[in-house]
Write a protein that binds this ligand. Sequence first.
Ligand code: GSH
Length: 230
Amino acid sequence: MLKHGTTATSTSDTPRAVQSYKLKMIDGVPENRHPTMLAKNPAGTTPFIELEDGTCLAESVTICEYLDLLYPNERQLTGGPDPLTQMQCSMWTTRVQIGITQPFQRQYQYGEGAPYFKHHVPWVEASVPALAGLRKQTIDNLRWLEEVMQGNANKGVDTGFIAGTAHCTVPDLQLYTTAKFMGHPKVNVARLTDSFDPGGDGTFGPWLTEWYARMDNIVKEMEGQQDELG
Ligand SMILES: N[C@@H](CCC(=O)N[C@@H](CS)C(=O)NCC(=O)O)C(=O)O
């Protein structure tokens, strides 16, 4: 299985047999948006995986669902093993995606990233006026998440992971990878991720700060296992 992606920590990275592949520029076009790749994934996004027979599957959550179906005895990325836990994970995946990671990524695409993205994504320039709203959505929903998780902790039902599972699942991985990318000094002009820096000022509160440190260790361990697989 070949994974087309830009970072080493996309949601679909797991310690399973997935070989990563770093994208480059071809004729001034990012490879993911080049016609050869659009033939494989017409959405032009990363990550996507390519199977041995050439079949391609895109959308990070879908890729995780596929891996869980292929490896039912492994720790499930999309929750489970029982239906309720799986659906609680699905609920949190939707909340985190719609409320946080999507506006988080878009405020970058239409903000600091606009000089790059305007050449490759047709609606970037028209979307710039939405920037302030996207930033507010991201910040308000991160604060809301902090409050909900602290509420769970006060009730004694906090597991340290967003969906209340015993191990990290897709919403944790999606928020972690997005926050990590946004925390890069070249990207983080809006300073939206101070709280995710364990040494930062904790703007979004202690739960998210501790959760980020926990996720950092988990993902480093996964990357170590990935390196061992080669
Ligand atoms: N819903 C998609 C979103 C994919 C997405 O936005 N990927 C970003 C990188 S994480 C991308 O491809 N950016 C480059 C581009 O749009 O050209 C998923 O979850 O896979």
